[in-house]
Design a protein around this ligand. Sequence first.
Ligand code: NAP
Length: 496
Amino acid sequence: MRSLVEGTDVKTRPLSVAILGAGAAGLCMAIKLREAGVEDFTIFEKASSVGGTWRDNTYPGSGCDVPSMLYSYSFEPKPDWSRKFAPQPEIVDYFETVARKYRLLPNIRFNTEITEARFDEEEGLWRIRAADGTEFMANVLISGVGQLNRPAYPKIEGLNDFKGVAFHSARWNHDVDLAGKRVGVIGNGASAIQFVPEIAPKVARLTIFQRTPNWCVPKPDRPFKEWEKGLYRSFPFLARIQRWWTWMMLERNYLAFVQGSFFGKLFEKAALKEMETHIKDPELRRKLTPDYPAGCKRILLTNDWYPALARPNVEVETSHIARVTADSIVTEDGVAHPVDVIIHATGFESTDFLAPMKIVGRGNADLNHVWARGAEAHRGVAVSGFPNFFMLYGPNTNLGHNSIIFMIECQANYIAQCVAALRNSRLRYIDVRKEAMESFNRDLQQDMQKTVWAAGCSSWYKTADGKVTNNWSSFTAKYWWEMRHPDFEEYALQGG
Ligand code: NAP
């Protein structure tokens, strides 16, 4: 085996793996590599602790909209989640506990941001550079940075002139006391619907600048009772059954994401009923009613968003933002909305995937250039021309209906088998064949056309040109089936 040691002579090193990111994906990958007998791995983490996007999103009310029993690894169930849908601190605690239990911390290099990786074809290894200029080498490079790690800031004229405080929901400024302030929230997605109900009772005035309304359905959340936790602790198989049942129920929801489906209409009906229960003002109802099929943008699960919007100190502004001045947000209808604080709930740079990292494969190909017309990969994990490089939660692996942890586990199992094959067969590298990758993506994009993700709305699932680069197009069961084992016919294998 080759090891990952700074500056060592490559020819004397055993097989080594570099994993980028110590979030849900990176930690899972490390565990699966250990299971496959690969001990020589390093996780590079730009922050000083584990948890990825869950560590970063500390805004009030932050939590998961996927049931906790399924938002945890299948091999590491947690019988005592406090609620059906866990809050953010509990999720971070879960990943910290996993990192400790599986002895991953010694393998994590914290405070190390990787900016560049180049494949050395001759040696069959990746030369990896950190932001501080330190260089590392590894035979295999695995990205676990996911799709939601870089906040997207709106490009609005005058933002720099704003004299109040402005921050992004994913970089919440806890030093700012919002009590009695006039707050402008830009955006109304999954993050905004969680923190707006938390801050609305405290602030003097809250204006939500909405471009597009979302479909919102009730969240079937409640605390787990002590006897339920006791049962799951005493009889772990019950927790497994619960997990499996939850997966089945969410899997069924995929049917709602097929364009024109009966199930989709049921979602829309439930969402409209929920709105009518809480929003009595017909004008506000009109503003909040989407004109695109449910699921085209992420369906939002919430019990307190509409009640928050109905508060007298909350306003939904639908005239688009024209500019920002020193003390207000001016909308296109010419109205100036005075604000002390602006919160950007504007989501993430989701379609850029690995940017701004520079990943350079065979023939000096830069992955950001290869993906200029939209990212794509083979089964979401490999890209032709980038040997010994794998991704977790890569292109076309996001979901609208089930748990991403399930997808990550499928990928980690698959990649661990590729790494084991590299080691056992003493290969220099494996590189997915262009034809295999193209054929996979042709089928995927064709399949995508029948889903609501390809319908006519803008979303973080697709590029400005309308190519859906983020979502998986089918049931997760199909993905699991196809990812059980790598088909090495799909790869070019280069001997050592
Ligand atoms: P998002 O869903 O992408 O929402 C961004 C919002 O900002 C949208 O309402 C968007 O409007 C608006 N926006 C963007 N740029 C704007 C601009 N220049 N001017 C005005 N409005 C602008 O982002 P998010 O709410 O952070 O959620 C992103 C994803 O993170 C979620 O879909 C989910 O997968 C994940 N997340 C998950 C949870 C969870 O519970 N598991 C919680 C939070 C987030 P348009 O719709 O018109 O583009």
